[in-house]
Design a protein. Structure first.
Length: 246
């Protein structure tokens, strides 16, 4: 019986109300896989969108050699839940998730993949905070303030290592086995999932390194600054309980 060759890279895209952008996102990912000579798959997770995100994703035409899977559930659960659902469906030797909007060119992922292949780390995070990163368009000042407060909070309460400069950047790459293990354990449905995965990775001895990226702010973001604080605090408490075993 001939063994099936494991594909190189699985790309997970969480999406909420992204009917106008998801087609471009999928095309960009497919173009990257084809241009880089990587065998890969694209997994879109529609997080209970009320628009036609799911239909728009399924109508995209990409090269036949690149599998496209679109997952949809009817109730909005949160970005963390969407990423977890996508990660559980991956089969690549390496896996990544990328936010909708093409904020970071997919070619940037080659830096992280090289780090993983050379065994520099088990998880590679894109970071907007590194000196070598190229920020084409900054976030609005209100989001920068909120990001700074969030970083202070998690560093104070959860002791996130200072060398991890950008925990919330939506461009992260993992060894496939590591991602599937960590995301199967993740309990955060919302904004805190990035931090929870970092804490679980540290607890299990996985190495995390950052790499510089080119980044352009997507002004059409689905993150609500008005609703986020109470959700963040609730998830923070739940994560602390889960990791402490209480």
């Amino acid at each position: 019986m001939r063994e099936t060759k494991q594909m190189d890279l699985s790309i997970v895209m969480p999406a909420l109300e992204e009917s106008k952008k998801i087609g471009r996102d999928i095309e960009a990912a497919a173009e990257f896989l084809k241009g880089s000579g990587l065998e890969g798959e694209i997994i879109v997770v529609d997080d209970g969108s009320k628009d036609d995100t799911c239909g728009a994703a399924r109508r995209v035409e990409i090269p036949s050699g690149i599998p496209l899977k679109v997952i949809r559930y009817g109730i909005h659960r949160g970005k963390g839940y969407a990423v977890c659902e996508g990660m559980k469906q991956t089969s690549g030797e390496y896996v990544m998730f990328a936010d909708s909007g093409c904020c970071v060119p997919y070619e940037n992922s080659l830096r992280g993949l090289t780090m993983l292949k050379e065994d520099v780390c088990d998880i590679a995070h894109g970071s907007r905070k590194l000196l070598a990163s190229d920020i084409r368009e900054k976030q609005p000042w209100c989001r920068r303030i909120c990001a700074g407060l969030f970083k202070w909070l998690i560093n104070k309460v959860l002791q996130i290592p200072p060398e991890l400069t950008d925990t919330q950047c939506g461009f992260k790459i993992y060894r496939g086995d590591v991602a599937r293990e960590l995301y199967n354990e993740c309990i955060s449905d919302g904004f805190m999932f990035d931090v929870e995965i970092i804490l679980r990775a540290q607890k299990q001895g996985y190495r995390i390194k950052e790499f510089p990226i080119e980044w352009t702010c997507d002004r059409d973001s689905r993150l609500s600054l008005l609703r986020t604080p109470e959700h963040v605090l609730a998830e923070l408490r739940a994560v602390k309980r889960s990791l402490s075993g209480k």
